[in-house]
Design a protein around this ligand. Structure first.
Ligand code: PLP
Length: 438
């Protein structure tokens, strides 16, 4: 196919990176953007399933900008919505009608979304959920799980580093900070546990429930190997939170709108008290939502819990969210995303088998993970150490050289505008790369 560009040149990107490093710390605006191949790249434009760098290389995109571009890049309907509504104004320091329309949509689709507030990103919306949970329970701590990413702010930047010698035992993990400069005191705000171990959660809650305001979890552990919840695990979290009057918080920043319009809570049939939606909500425009049951969210309504933000719910952001949802509402969209995801996962598994490679493919379909390991399943964060990281890196580089772009940690996202021909092309390129890796 014509999009193969085996000998990619990155001369212009390299020159821009050097220029950029003189004024942008590390040459980037988000840490993860450093890790492209062969270095941070500069992109020029993107449309549909393709993204183009400044050197004219064209990539079939499965990163979808770390998830948000669920209806593809530059979707005409979303752009029209943004253009039309932005002409009325940008930000009013006051309310506007589309906010209600968007909230009504979320209320219609998301089981727990009785009341909500809009924020700018996942990280800040998650902090709002903690505040709400603390206010209602009068307790300070939350339980969270190793390998789950809940944003980059201080009290959640722990338990994201695999260091066998320092991370304590599986049952009593020692949280390790993810970055320098994190306030040490915040480690008293949470208890960290391995995921998918309900008995351990129950035991910890039995011993500490007087202190636990909330349990926060990604309903699918997308950020580390795309691990699905074990049968009964999410229901078990629901039951234990109900029993002890703690909030169950679903971090649906990735799963929201991707697993379906109702998020993972609808997909699995488990209703949390509070949840966070971001990424796929608005096609790359910065908007997130904290949604929840009235009994939890009323503290915001009454102003007992303060949530604010100068830039919250600007016209373009809300219009982008409505436009994105309107595209997703078209009949059969999610079914197609799932079908394409399954086709790609199966195709990759077959290619691995045919080439004798230990490529492990796991996830739900709309998003999934690939890595190389001699195991049949990864089911919690510590098991991620089974992956042969250098080989995974080479695979991703090999794919990028062939014009197929995947997230550096092995995550793939499917959009509503991918087609079977794109999926089959990616499988063909993966097979070539797997042969090369031998
Ligand atoms: C599950 C999850 N929660 C929270 C966040 C943080 O969201 P944001 O980057 O919008 O602050 C992310 C970001 O990747 C995420 O994947």
């Amino acid at each position: 196919m014509q999009e193969i560009n085996m000998q990619l040149s990155h001369e212009k990107s390299a020159a821009l990176l050097e220029r950029s490093k003189k004024v942008l710390a590390g040459g980037v605006s988000s840490e993860f953007r450093k890790f492209n191949h062969p270095h941070a790249l500069f992109y020029d434009h993107a449309e549909g399933v393709y993204i183009y760098d400044v050197d004219g290389n064209k990539y079939l995109d499965f990163t979808l900008s770390q998830g948000p571009m669920i209806v593809g890049h530059s979707h005409p309907h979303v752009l029209k919505r943004v253009r039309d509504y932005s002409e009325k104004g940008q930000l009013f320091a006051g309310q506007h009608i589309l906010e209600i329309e968007l909230a009504e949509k979320l209320n219609k689709y998301i089981p727990s979304a009785e009341l909500m507030r809009f924020c700018l990103d996942g990280s800040t919306a998650i902090q709002t959920a903690f505040r709400v949970a603390r206010a209602k329970t009068g307790r300070n701590k939350f339980i969270r799980f190793e390998g789950h990413y809940h944003g980059w702010l201080d009290n959640v930047s722990w338990g994201l580093t695999l260091n066998k010698d320092k991370m304590g035992t599986r049952e009593t993990p020692i949280p390790l900070p993810w970055s320098e400069g994190i306030a040490d005191g915040v480690k008293h705000e949470f208890i960290i546990l391995p995921w998918n171990d309900l008995e351990l959660v129950k035991k910890t809650m039995a011993e500490n429930h007087n202190e636990i305001a909330a349990i926060i979890t990604e309903p699918i552990m997308c950020n580390s190997s795309c691990i699905l919840p074990e049968e009964g695990f999410l229901q078990g979290l629901r039951d234990v939170c109900t029993h002890y009057n703690s909030a169950l918080i679903f971090d649906e920043v990735i799963t929201g709108f991707r697993t379906g319009l109702g998020g993972a809570q609808k997909h699995f049939g488990i209703t949390p008290d509070l949840s966070i939606f971001a990424k796929a909500l608005a096609s790359g425009y910065p908007i997130s939502a904290i949604v929840g049951k009235k009994e939890w969210m009323h503290s915001l309504a009454e102003g007992k819990v303060i949530h604010a933000g100068t830039m919250n719910s600007g016209c373009a952001l809300i219009a982008a969210a409505l436009g994105t949802i309107e595209v997703l509402e078209q009949e059969g969209t999610h079914e197609r995303i799932y079908a394409l995801g399954h086709r790609l996962m199966e195709g990759l598994r077959k290619a691995a088998k045919e080439t004798g490679q230990n490529l492990l493919v796991q996830g739900l379909g709309p998003m999934f993970h690939t890595g190389f390991a001699d195991v049949s399943k990864i089911k919690e964060y510590r098991e991620v150490s089974a992956y042969e990281q250098p080989k995974s890196k080479l695979f991703i580089q090999g794919m990028q050289q062939r014009g197929v772009r995947i997230i550096g940690r092995g995550l793939w996202y499917i959009s509503a505008v991918h087609e079977e021909k794109h999926i089959d092309h990616a499988i063909e390129m993966a097979k070539e790369t797997l042969i090369e890796l031998k």
